[in-house]
Design a protein around this ligand. Structure first.
Ligand SMILES: NCc1[nH]cc(CCC(=O)O)c1CC(=O)O
Length: 315
């Protein structure tokens, strides 16, 4: 069987958001496919697609609603053939894809940890009582308030560059960013300290890039198979099953991390009340192939412990 490879005349169209991080991720994907098949850069076209989540900058996203805010327009372009693949931060992806699209290709995962980022303080412990912290992540907000109920949290929307600018403008004393984003942007000079998962469990799928395609596009499926990372897929299977059983939207503070050790998968999960008044955590292991079942089982155990109303906002 001869493989259908993209050419400069018929390039592979790679759809992405326009933020610097999204573009870096699209170019990483491009580079990996090009290297795997020895293709020139002209065999690819990066297509920037504007999404609602990037256009809305003045309100908290949970007020606008839903996780698809960063994906809908891109998935429409993929379905209608405007693009051939879509490159996504898996952290932002809903657990289900629209009819006709599949998301089963993952690049090797980056650093999964969050980073404490501040121009003034070296760590969370050094932040003075009553200080203002910036984050728009419900998970990070709740995890922070569990540890430091004295701190105030302000909304910190925008891409990585915008959030760093807000720090320099003194809008907040410190913020949290994913190590993966800072590494992929090669922002080595940002004042940060990585936070271990024991301190702050990362978001489900943090640091993972997924590539979506049309289910019927077998030529593209063959391209993606060459750059797929199986271990990342095994870890995400457990984490995303955990998320799926819990909720699957970004309106609930949920953390989850799977790690592999030989043939064993260890899953840690955490759910929190949005005001940071309570956190429930679990830690279980199973054979790798049972990762998804482990995720579901852990979610059910935590939900049973939490009881009704656990995720409700009080204020
Ligand atoms: N929700 C925004 C988002 N989606 C993915 C990343 C970082 C990269 C990653 O986790 O893969 C970020 C920014 C951040 O959390 O700092």
């Amino acid at each position: 069987m001869t493989q259908m490879l993209p050419t400069p005349a018929q390039p592979l169209k790679i759809g992405t958001r326009g933020s610097p991080l999204a573009l870096a991720q699209a170019h990483e994907t491009l580079g990996r496919i090009a290297a795997a098949f020895d293709l020139p850069p002209e065999a690819f076209e990066v297509v920037v697609i504007s999404v609602a989540g990037d256009r809305i900058q003045d309100r908290a996203l949970r007020e606008v609603g839903g996780k698809g805010l960063f994906t809908k327009e891109i998935e429409v372009a993929l379905s209608d053939g405007t693009i051939d693949i879509a490159v996504h931060s898996m952290k932002d992806m809903p657990v289900d894809q629209p009819e006709g699209l599949v998301l089963d290709c993952y690049l090797p995962r980056e650093d999964v940890r969050d980073a404490f980022v501040s121009l003034k303080h070296g760590s969370l412990a050094a932040v003075p009582e009553g200080a203002v912290m910036g984050t728009s992540s419900l998970r990070r907000r709740a995890q922070l308030l569990v540890r430091r109920p004295d701190l105030h949290v302000v909304e910190f929307r925008g891409n990585v560059q915008t959030r760093l600018r807000k720090l320099s403008e003194n809008v907040a004393e410190a913020t949290f960013l994913a190590m993966a984003g800072l590494n992929r942007l090669e922002m080595a000079d940002v004042a940060k300290s990585p936070i271990q998962p024991e301190e702050m469990l990362p978001a489900v799928a943090q640091g993972a890039i997924g590539i979506e395609r049309r289910a019927a596009d077998s030529a593209t499926a063959a391209l993606l198979e060459a750059i797929h990372d199986t271990q990342t897929a095994q870890r995400l299977a457990a984490e995303r099953a955990f998320l799926a059983r819990l909720d699957g939207s970004c309106e609930t503070p949920i953390a989850g991390l799977a790690e592999l050790d030989g043939a064993t998968l260890r899953l840690r999960g955490e759910i929190l009340r949005p005001d940071g008044s309570e956190a429930l955590a679990d830690d279980r292991s199973a054979p790798i192939e049972d990762g998804a079942a482990l995720g579901t089982e852990m979610a059910e155990a935590l939900l049973a412990q939490a009881g009704a109303g656990f995720f409700d906002f009080k204020s």
